[in-house]
Write a protein that binds this ligand. Structure first.
Ligand code: BDR
Ligand code: CA
Length: 306
């Protein structure tokens, strides 16, 4: 899991790393995005500590995008990148000595089975791994991404993760590896409203309480900045799909990333009507079964008590 936690990245980690999860997390790697890579790493370590998953290593990755300077999303995730819950200033867990890019390359090479890379932040580490060691494509089952969509949240047409490092995103979409994309078209359908938060507040365990604190903060910034009635649990869609693909409708399509225009830098160009007649390079999520999403999350949160 390559991430920049981040409230919704935290929820993705919690869903993936539950005790009886069908998914095995080989490594967590961090990237500059919602906040600096230092803050995102600290958050990842604190989240894994709350989850009781001290066995999962965290490796620190890129401090900035490939070409652009770094830009953060403090207005959405706060100064810490994970404002809301009270977390230790200095995490008990420590990151590994290895750079995230080497952790990605080595985890892929060492695995006896094909590996899915889940990317819930800017794609800088993944692009760098593909540039450093192009042969890794043979070990990748899919790259499952939260990013993009047919509209934007950072510019009128660009979503944050893709906009932060559109050059990296271009490299990833040109890689030839199977890609699953969860963009704003579906993530804005799964809003953690008051009703959802109150439902999870009934679950009595520390993880559920942590999630309630995350969602409460996230809901407040989404109200202030986007006038939305709940925080979209963007990044969690990647894990929900890997756990239960039947919850999502996916369209096989061709996706390009705009990285040259000042006006539309970071825009994901999704050819849903097959205008270009180019070879399909991604599965793009177009719909999601929202009630079943909340049921699944509730079940996973409850499982933390057992
Ligand atoms: C994406 O940007 C970040 O703020 C979230 O963590 C998510 O990955 C949504 O645009
Ligand atoms: Ca994220």
């Amino acid at each position: 899991m390559d991430c920049d936690p981040g409230h919704d990245d935290a929820i993705a980690l919690i869903l993936a790393g539950a005790k009886h999860s069908a998914l095995e997390i080989l490594a967590v790697t961090t990237v500059a995005g919602n906040q600096s890579v230092e803050k995102n790493t600290k958050n990842a370590l604190n989240i894994l500590e709350v989850m009781g998953r001290k066995d999962i290593g965290v490796s620190v990755g890129a401090t900035r995008p490939l070409i652009k300077p770094a830009s953060f999303a403090a207005q959405i995730h706060g100064d810490t990148g994970l404002d809301g819950p009270k977390l230790p200033e200095v995490p008990t867990l420590k990151p590994t000595a290895k750079h995230a890019v080497d952790t990605i390359i080595e985890s892929l090479k060492q695995s006896t089975e094909p590996v899915t890379i889940v990317a819930t932040g800017p794609l800088t580490n993944i692009a760098t791994a593909l540039i450093k060691e192009p042969s890794i494509t043979q070990y990748i089952e899919s790259i499952t991404i939260m990013g993009g969509g047919t509209f934007g949240n950072w510019t009128p047409t660009a979503e944050f993760n893709i906009w932060v490092d559109a050059e990296a995103a271009t490299r990833v979409f040109d890689s030839g590896v199977p890609i699953n994309v969860f963009g704003l078209d579906v993530t804005h359908q799964v809003l953690a409203t008051d009703e959802v938060i109150q439902r999870f507040a009934k679950i009595e365990n520390p993880i559920a309480r942590f999630v309630v604190e995350l969602l409460t903060f996230f809901k407040s910034t989404y109200k202030t900045h986007f006038n939305m009635d709940g925080g979209p649990i963007h990044d969690a869609c990647t894990i929900l799909y890997l756990l239960k693909p039947e919850l999502f409708t996916m369209q096989h399509t061709h996706i390009d990333i705009e990285h040259q225009s000042a006006l539309t830098y970071g825009t994901m160009v999704v050819d849903l009507s097959n205008v270009l007649q180019k070879e399909n390079n991604a599965y793009f999520a177009t719909a999601v079964d929202v009630p079943k999403v909340w049921d699944l999350i509730e079940n996973i949160l409850e499982s933390y008590a057992q």
